[in-house]
Each structure stands twice: as C-alpha cells, then as structure tokens.
Design a protein around this ligand. Structure first.
Ligand code: UTP
Length: 298
C-alpha cells in the first residue's frame, strides 16, 4: 500500500547543549562545524534528499545564529561576486531556503525532546512527518532519511532509525523490544527509554531520525513525563503500539556519529575531513604521523 508522502520535517534544536559548555553558552550546538559546514547543514541536506519541502525548527533563547544562517547574505554575496569567487558563492547556495519553506517555533522551556516535537504540532496536518536530530550525523551513500522515506512508503505507521549498540551502552538510548525481525527492519512491540544496565529488551537502539504519524502528537499532548523527568518522544511512540498501531525500527545503512558528545564530534571531524578530496592526503599523513609509534621497534 502506498502511503502519504512525507514532506515536512521537524528539527528540534532547543536543547541546552550542556555537554559542549562553555562553547554552547553563546553558540547553538547545531552551528558547530564539521570541516566547513555546521551540523544543521548536514541535517538540511539529508532532509532535502528525502523530498522534504517544509522545514520546522523548534528553537529556544540564544539560537539566533541558526536563524541568521538561513538568511540571505546580500553584502557577502555581492563581495564574492565582485571578486569572482564562484565556488564560494556556490557553497552559499545550500544555505538558501525558499521563502515560506522554513518556520521557527519556540520551546520556552527545555522539557524534553517529546515536548519540543509537540511544540510544532500546529504546523503539522493530517500527514506523516519526519523528525531529525541534527546532532546525529549520518554518513551514508543514500542519505538515512531517504532510505526511511522509501521504506515508509510501503509500511506506513511510525518508523524510527535503529542501530545495534553494545549492551553496556544501551542505557544511553531508547531501545526497541522486537516483535518480528523482517531483515531491513523490525516490527516493534515496545520501547524502553534509557533502560537500566542488563534490562535492555534488545541491542537495537533508536537514533535521531523518525517518521511519525500525527497521533503521536495527540499522545504528546498529555504531557506525561518519563525518564529523567522529561517528556520523552520514545514514550509517545510506544503509546502508538499500545493503541495497536504499527511501529517499525529501520536498520539504516550508514555510519552514525553522535555529535552531541565530544568523542563523537571529534570522530566525525576526522571521518568527514578524510572524506574530502582536497584535504584527504595532507590530513591522513598528519594523522598517520601523530598516531604512528615513533620507533616501530620500540
Ligand atoms: P540532547 O539529549 O542531546 O540534549 O537532545 P541537549 O540539550 O541538546 O544536549 P546536552 O545533553 O545538554 O549536552 C537531543 C535533541 O533534542 C533537542 C536537542 O536540541 C537535540 O537536538 N531537545 C532536547 C529539544 O529541542 N528540547 C528539549 O527540551 C530537549
């Protein structure tokens, strides 16, 4: 059965980003840069590739730099044009958003990811929508959300991106309780947010890509708090299962970097740096020099 197309995406960017203090005291986490592009640009590019036409940002105080990033920069563009810097002008093209395609909603208090998504409910109609967490950056031949949108066109229901995690790391994630393993995806009979060590129902964790149905927003409307005293998106998706609706975990093909953590951000910097033709040789040789033992015989 072909489902309604997914054309809207919510980008919850209202978190405090405390793991990157002091940087995030004045810079939104999503403006932090991998090589020369802010995290939010990777998220927007992925959404565009998946056919998203409307981009909804859930922001908070101090995120002005994010809104500026998507504004036209006529003085800068004029200057680059005058100097014939066509390649730099082209790099700016990706930051341009069509008027009316982008909306900002404010989350007044950081009450949790579920609450952030709920804040956008008036902008979502009776159609499935995507949620992208820009601090999960995914390197993939076919962008992760595009893979999911294609799979969702067949299945409908809710779909979350799922990734295998070692048992000792499961308590940092929402974890899927699997009903049927269908290969590329699993059908889900339950979800546990941040399970205690050894209580995770599987090794499949949810990461920051979702395709959701509007009924999830109705469930978030109840403002129930969950793990960590926050309004959890996972709980609202789990409630879908209780109501007898389908939820799938999609095993995406690609490598996910947790750019909300320092270690993940540094790993992504190395991976994305090495992936760039103009940097690869010099950067690889530098990395080789600093990690190679001074004297291999020692
Ligand atoms: P995180 O759990 O990474 O929280 O949120 P955070 O505040 O961004 O960062 P730390 O943990 O303090 O370092 C995951 C995603 O959910 C959004 C964040 O912006 C991020 O994209 N979020 C979280 C909100 O928009 N609002 C919230 O109330 C909580």
């Amino acid at each position: 059965m072909t489902q309604k197309r997914v054309t809207k995406a919510i980008f919850p960017v209202a978190g405090l980003g405390t793991r990157f203090l002091p940087a995030t005291k004045s810079i939104p986490k999503e403006i932090m840069t991998l090589v020369d592009r802010p995290l939010i640009q990777y998220a927007i590019d992925e959404a565009r590739a998946a056919g998203i036409k409307e981009f909804i940002f859930v922001t908070s105080r101090g995120k002005g730099a994010l809104e500026d990033y998507f504004d036209n920069a006529p003085v800068l563009e004029q200057e680059l044009r005058k100097k014939g810097k066509e390649d730099q002008l082209e790099a700016l093209q990706d930051t341009n958003m069509e008027s009316g395609a982008i909306a900002y909603v404010r989350q007044h208090k950081a009450l949790g990811l579920g609450h952030a998504v709920w804040c956008a409910h008036r902008l979502i109609g009776d159609e499935p929508f995507a949620v992208i967490l820009p601090d999960d950056v995914i390197a993939a031949e076919k962008p992760c959300l595009q893979q999911m949108v294609e799979a969702h066109a067949e299945t409908g229901g809710c779909m979350v991106a799922a990734m295998k995690v070692p048992a000792e790391k499961a308590s940092a994630y929402g974890v899927l309780d699997i009903k049927d393993d269908l290969g590329a995806m699993v059908s889900v009979k339950g979800m546990v947010e941040k399970p205690k060590v050894n209580e995770a129902p599987s090794d499949l964790a949810v990461i920051g890509r979702y395709i959701l149905t509007p009924s999830v927003l109705r469930s978030l409307n109840q403002m129930k708090t969950g793990a960590g005293g926050e309004i959890q998106l996972t709980d609202a998706i789990a409630a879908e299962i209780q109501e007898g609706r389908d939820v799938f975990g999609y095993r995406f093909r690609g490598k996910r970097f947790d750019c909300g953590s320092k270690a993940g951000f540094l790993q992504a910097t190395v991976a994305f740096g090495l992936a760039r033709d103009e940097l690869r040789d010099e950067f690889a040789s530098y990395l080789h020099d600093i990690v190679a033992p001074k004297n291999a015989a020692e």
